[in-house]
Design a protein around this ligand. Sequence first.
Ligand SMILES: *Cc1c(COP(=O)(O)O)cnc(C)c1O
Length: 347
Amino acid sequence: MTSSFRPHIVRLAGYVPGEQPQGGGYIKLNTNENPYPPSPRVLDALSRALTDRLRLYPDPVATEFRRAAAALHEVEPDMILAGNGSDDLLTILTRSFVGQGDLAAYPTPSYLLYSTLIRLEDGREHVVPYTPEWTLNLADFDRPDLKLVYLANPNSPSGTSLSRHQVAELARALPCPLVVDEAYADFAEEHCVSLVRDHPNVIVTRSFSKGYSLAGIRLGYLVAQAAIVDQLLKVKDSYNCDALSLVAGAAALEDQDYLGLARCKVLATRRRLTAALRDLGYAVPDSQANFVWATGGPPARETFEQLKERRVLVRLMSYPGYPAGLRISIGTDGEIDRLLQILTKLK
Ligand SMILES: *Cc1c(COP(=O)(O)O)cnc(C)c1O
């Protein structure tokens, strides 16, 4: 039956998400989940939503949720689109802007899903390398036929960020929409939502999986000008977000104090982990996210295996032309102590 598939699907290797071991017993520092629980308000809102209303379809346009997100960002609700995780929004955007043979760009090393999404549409990829200082050259985007550009900001795996000013410059230079994937913005000093008003081609995506400790419910949203959101609404599945996710997401957005507390703890641990890894001889760029990127220590694959043997999972990543490295999520202080204890012994 394989021969019945469209050839570009058969050619595609497929995106491989980080390992999600289903047995317990691992210290999980490999997919950037938040080590702290979600806001108690989220759990309250979820238990209140567990009624016989679950027999009804959810609101297809997520009215209440959009209102909460719009209030937080001081934009209008028609500038918000909810998605089944920000990955769903990235799919909707790719389907909307990239057709067969169309050119779409993303930097490398970065989030590998962009490549998969372009190839699923049988589009063409334009890959722009980061400089050794983790910046981008605008000239590398000088392709008049670009249909879409993705930018993870903060970037994964480096954890580094372009400034809002640099992102605005990129947006102005592009002939197409710029998706600013802000999955990690809750841990960063700056974000780009305020660019949306003056830059009609800027689309900012957000996730509940990292800052809000809700990777399990699958919810994200984007902020863009209303004329863009109007078109995207036609592309999404009718009921792309379920009733429980929408309720949980609105409650999470409304508890910014809680988000701030969890963020403070993660940032303190990030500082400590960065310093300790540098002391051990690793090169670690200053991170704006809830993970750090460590290269230049002992061979990354061996370290990865040795950590795994001791039940600590980190993410081993390698990109063509760049040294392999370990992307390490910021866990609790206890989890990071355990990681550092093992790395110190391996040294
Ligand atoms: C985790 C991540 C996402 C996916 O977020 P979900 O909301 O869980 O789908 C998107 N982009 C980047 C760069 C990420 O690291």
